[in-house]
Ligand binder design. Structure first.
Ligand code: ADP
Ligand code: MG
Length: 235
């Protein structure tokens, strides 16, 4: 009986999710549209043209990744492509994708100490998870500010932190994170953290959140190191 209820609940969430995917996909499509409009200008240099095209392609990839993320949520048991992820490279990609969005909101994306290490996971899911968390960090700072991404090692695990100096959350608000459609934003979907959490769970990573209202929020991701790292990184 409980199983049947779970199935019904799951189907309900999935059908509502399907209806909401369009919202989340709208962001990268809007950014792509912006770059394509810039490309209409005859005066721009070859280099700029190439840069805008690259951003557009990246954003379209992200739209695709978002859709894939939702489908994964609907099908949690499908195989994940677990490989070694080069952390600094994937974070660079996330920053490139979110840079125009951050600039638009007067937010600086800052990398503090990103270790040259490899972790275990699916690179596309890693990107999507970080994008969802960083995007919220950007949106938490209405007056602009700084998002700091940092890494450190704890035994065989990488601790990746994403810190903002925005509005913060109460304990109760933190406990609501990850519920489908929980959003405090006017045009929010309330799906970003749910997808991030589902990725974290399916990859066997962990997450911890520290937050203070009006001070800011830090997400700590704990991700196991891959064997590809040189011994010197593994203490
Ligand atoms: P959305 O961004 O569409 O609202 P999310 O699932 O990404 O949906 O986030 C859910 C809610 O969690 C947000 O509406 C916000 O209230 C809260 N939240 C998430 N990240 C942060 C953050 N860094 N600072 C403050 N609040 C946050
Ligand atoms: Mg969000």
């Amino acid at each position: 009986m409980q199983e049947e209820i779970n199935e019904i609940e799951k189907l309900r969430v999935i059908s509502e999710l399907a209806a909401s995917v369009s919202h989340e996909v709208r962001n990268p499509l809007t950014v792509t549209k912006g770059f394509l409009q810039l490309l209409k200008d005859n005066e721009i240099t070859y280099d700029k043209r190439k840069e805008y095209l690259d951003y557009s392609l990246c954003e379209l990839d992200r739209a695709k990744a978002i859709i894939t993320g939702y489908l994964t949520y609907a099908k949690p048991s499908n195989g994940n492509a677990l490989t070694s992820i080069e952390v600094s490279r994937e974070i660079d990609k996330v920053f490139q994708v979110l840079m125009p969005y951050a600039l638009m909101r007067g937010v600086e994306l800052s990398v503090e100490n990103i270790m040259e290490v490899y972790v275990i996971g699916d690179p596309k899911k890693f990107q999507q998870c970080i994008v969802n968390i960083v995007k919220n960090a950007i949106e938490a700072m209405n007056e602009g500010g700084k998002v700091i991404v940092n890494t450190k090692l704890k035994h065989q695990t990488l601790i990746l932190s994403i810190q903002d100096f925005g509005e913060g959350m109460s304990k109760q608000e933190i406990s609501l994170l990850g519920l489908p459609f929980y959003s405090t934003k006017e045009t929010g979907t309330g799906l970003g953290i749910m997808v991030a959490y589902s990725i974290i769970k399916s990859m066997g990573w962990k997450v911890e959140i520290k937050s203070r209202e009006s001070v800011g929020t830090t997400f700590f991701l704990e991700i196991p190191l891959s064997n590809s790292n040189s011994k010197s990184y593994i203490s």
